[in-house]
Design a protein around this ligand. Structure first.
Ligand SMILES: [Zn+2]
Length: 345
């Protein structure tokens, strides 16, 4: 059996502050993050920038990680790690894999269909092996012993939980749904680097947009869908409770050794307090963290804030002044109840 690895998964909706949280944790010498371990499309890899400021193809860290990966997986590419749980060879299976986690009964149905495909089962084992080898390669290069993965997707977490060598812990990161919805409506302005020249993968505003803009109703529904999927997986983490219960009731009786909930707003307002709580949960000593998180070495891909230069943390609540009364009412219809359930009023 391969050596066991401590693996921390940030679960939640995209644009909830996961890159910030991952980089804050990366400032501890035992912890390493590369951002998402199965990133979305990077566009032209020749112009994509690592958080260290270098082009990813010229970053020494990524060059060494890629070389380690190619020893075992000659097809490894920096713009496609091969770590996504997808199956392009089978159209039906691939479509099934794209749905987010929607509750126990539908998951049982999906699992049954997936089990009937020997091609997918072989592909899943190969993808899981690449996930493990990438984690081992990253930690070998960084000298860390814990990997933080800011992938966020609930369905991906389900597959990672099936890799026996991962000691998996989950940080469930929640941000006010109105703030998240605004990032889905206007990605460039509210979910990328502060510096326009560093947006869109570090290529600037003349490059293609990295995500489609959504109207408020669809943005709110997208946030709600991500939260629901996360809840379904968290319920499944307590193996003694297979009966679906209301989330807040479930929290009371849950063994919290495997996951923790963090609010983005609290992380910004009381960074030291929240990081202390997370390090207690991970069994690491917060006192060993670099004073200013940007002073640590970071080789992160993903959200544009990785390229910002400042270590100062400010709570982004621009939604309060930007969203119109109509947009707020639309959000409330689509996801207001869930937002209130997480304490956002
Ligand atoms: Zn780098």
């Amino acid at each position: 059996m391969r050596p066991r690895i401590d693996y921390v998964y940030i679960l939640g909706a995209s644009h909830s502050g996961s890159t910030l949280l991952a980089m804050l944790l990366n400032a501890h010498p035992d912890i390493t993050t590369i951002g998402e371990t199965a990133p979305g499309r990077m566009g032209d890899v020749n112009t994509y920038r690592c958080s260290c400021g270098r082009l990813i193809q010229e970053c020494a860290f990524w060059t060494k990680v890629a070389a380690r990966m190619r020893d075992r997986h000659p097809e490894f590419r920096l713009d496609d790690f091969g770590t996504k749980f997808e199956f392009p060879a089978g159209r039906v299976i691939n479509r099934l894999l794209q749905f987010e986690h929607r509750g126990r009964m539908l998951e049982l149905l999906r699992d049954t269909v997936l089990r009937l495909s020997p091609g997918w089962q072989a592909a899943r084992r190969e993808i899981a092996t690449r996930c493990y080898d990438l984690t081992a390669a990253v930690l070998a290069e960084s000298g860390g012993r814990i990997l933080v993965d800011s992938s966020k997707l609930a369905h991906r977490l389900k597959f990672l939980l099936q890799i026996p060598e991962f000691n998996l812990k989950v940080i469930h990161l929640v941000r006010d749904g109105r703030a998240v919805a605004l990032t889905y409506m206007k990605q460039d302005e509210f979910a990328d680097s502060r510096e326009p020249a560093l947006r869109r993968g570090g290529r600037g505003m003349t490059a293609d947009a990295t995500a489609a803009s959504l109207p408020m109703r669809r943005a709110a529904q997208e946030w709600r869908r991500c939260l629901q999927a996360a809840e379904h997986v968290l319920v499944g983490l307590d193996r003694s409770q297979w009966i679906q219960v209301r989330y807040e009731e479930f929290l009371v009786g849950l063994d919290r050794s495997q996951w923790i909930q963090v609010r983005y707003e609290e992380l910004c307002r009381d960074t030291d307090g929240v990081l202390c709580r997370i390090h207690d949960f991970l069994g690491t000593d917060y006192a060993r963290t670099a004073g200013r998180f940007r002073d640590a070495e970071h080789h992160v891909i993903g959200n544009g804030m990785r390229l910002d230069g400042t270590s100062s943390i400010s709570l982004d609540e621009r939604w309060k002044s930007v969203l119109t009364e109509l947009e707020l009412a639309t959000f409330d219809c689509a996801a207001g109840d869930m937002n209130r359930r997480y304490g956002c009023t």
